[in-house]
Design a protein around this ligand. Structure first.
Ligand SMILES: [Zn+2]
Length: 217
């Protein structure tokens, strides 16, 4: 029996933030994901908690190598990517239509539903679109920036802002639509403070914002 580590690659995550682990171009031996602090590996025989990575290792690598070892030992089976994607697992980040309220791993309780509704309302207010159900505030949530179409994982705990302040204007890695446009589209940010304002500590308007009249310099 060959138990040497198989070369594998990690594919693009689906809307639930599960990463397919691939042998060759197209053969999925399982899916890995982080849930709260632990990494998990899902495969044809169930799912395993591989816990946290050791120092100097990533959780992804730990979970993926766990799958590769199980596969090399003949304990799990692989399936073509197109086939598992067709089952609804999906590998494309893009989704169509509304996301479900709760992530499949979130227990369906009144408390979680209420938290999810608040989170969805918060996303809408800041022009984000959920690509999957609410995973709780401390798990990555796949979202789309409605301003520019960027998609990626975010924490709700970061997106909602802190202490009554809106989240930062730097929405995500890469280029968005620019601070002025963000301020125009999301009224809670208010107009940009004049550069000459002392300390910049005056309260910001929270009502709707009139179109900027300040000339660009
Ligand atoms: Zn953006």
């Amino acid at each position: 029996m060959n138990t040497a580590a198989l070369p594998y690659t990690i594919g693009k995550p689906d809307a639930q933030l599960r990463y397919p682990v691939l042998i060759g171009d197209n053969l999925v031996i399982g899916w890995i994901y982080r849930w709260h602090r632990d990494w998990w590996a899902e495969h044809s025989a169930g799912s395993d908690n591989v816990h946290r990575p050791e120092e100097g290792m990533t959780g992804q690598a730990k979970a993926a190598s766990h799958l590769a070892k199980l596969y090399a030992e003949g304990l799990i089976t692989a399936a073509p990517l197109g086939e598992v994607a067709a089952e609804g697992a999906g590998t494309a980040v893009r989704t169509y239509g509304p996301a479900p309220l709760l992530h499949p791993r979130m227990p369906d309780t009144p408390r979680n539903r209420e938290g999810a509704r608040k989170a969805f309302a918060g996303l809408a207010a800041f022009l984000w679109r959920a690509l999957g159900g609410f995973p709780g505030s401390d798990n990555h949530w796949m979202v789309e920036c409605e301003l520019c179409g960027w998609t990626g994982p975010k924490y709700w705990s970061h997106l909602r802002g802190r202490n009554g302040n809106p989240p930062g204007l730097k929405r995500h890695p890469g280029t968005c639509v620019g601070e002025d446009r963000i301020r125009e589209l999301i009224p809670v940010y208010g107009p940009r403070k004049a550069a000459s304002s002392p300390g910049g500590q005056q309260p910001e308007a929270t009502a709707s914002v009139s179109p900027p009249t300040r000339p660009r310099t």
